[in-house]
Design a protein around this ligand. Sequence first.
Ligand code: NAD
Length: 366
Amino acid sequence: MIGFNYVSHAQEVIFAPSALARLREGVERFGWGRLMLCASPSMREAGWISRIEVSFGEKLVALFDRVQPHVQDVQVQEALALAQETNTDAVIGIGGGSPIGMAKAIGFQLHLPIVAIPTTYAGSEMTPVYGITHTNENPPRKVTVNDPKITPRLVIYDPELTLDLPPSLTASTGINALAHCIEALYSKTRNPLSTAAAIMGVRHIHNSLFHSFQEGRNIDARAEMLLGAHLAGFSLASVSMGLHHGLCHVLGGTANVPHGIANGIVLPHAIHFNADVTAAQLIPAAEALGISSNGINSKGVIETMAQSIFELIGRMNLPQRLRDAGVAESELPRLAEIAFQNRTVQSNPKPIANVEQLERLLRDAW
Ligand code: NAD
């Protein structure tokens, strides 16, 4: 029987060439007058921060432009103090998932609206979630906070902001977007809209990811890839993720593996692990990736898809094994223990019965 339940999130999304020029008009429509900007250092080098400074003038009352990966609690405290001192009434995050996560952390804690301007394919701009890394725990641990109020109220997609995204980040954050589609398709809480968006997302990512990796300044490939990332983020927003994302959070928060790199390494293993339970849901993704199902059973098709994603990751020069991402073999049992306690890992469509299953998966990925 058909049955579903989901929460939709009211957002204004502007996706257009040169959309950054429409930021001020969008913000004014909402009536926000004292803005804070969160960014990573590369946004200054790229010139995007100065464009926003010029556009807003003295309405830009605070700038926190040194956001580090994985949104560390210490930095959040500093940025929160700045937002309070300057009486900010809306927080803009520009960059990848980290500065957008920082803007979400501040906005949520101070009850302020959030504006997101993504420059990678991580998809955080569409979701009601952020992750924060508790640095004083040993080992450090990344915890996610989930609330509809975290969803950015205004999202600006400007493909020009992605033209200089280096090939390695294009590849790794592009695989992150693909992983959102895959986990949305087999999510325990999937719904008709998340499924439709995820299938279209895989199609656009398939058409444009390798092209964007090879030819970064091709605006058409960049625009199609950003569209794929938007659809991936849209599907991610209304469903729970599973084993893949839970493991990536643990590898990021505890072993400091960059999020996109963890995604590339884990995705083929998570697909393989889940294949016997999720093949029916993943067949449309395999078709969108151009994998023929002629004469092979559905589990075989999904195994072929996992292998083709593994090969794509290799062709884009991303690490394919945890050992190549700086994870020591001796860390695997502890990572498996932490992952076993992880809420997202435990919301996997195929139940995770014991720590040994996770340790085996991590060893295969090592
Ligand atoms: P990131 O934000 O950590 O950025 C990685 C690097 O890319 C940084 O050095 C940054 O300066 C650089 N960069 C970003 N855009 C650039 C551009 N256009 N040109 C040149 N350099 C650029 O990485 P990410 O992979 O985008 O995001 C990962 C973080 O986001 C993780 O913390 C992850 O957990 C989180 N995330 C959250 C969600 C969510 O829904 N809340 C979704 C995906 C990822």
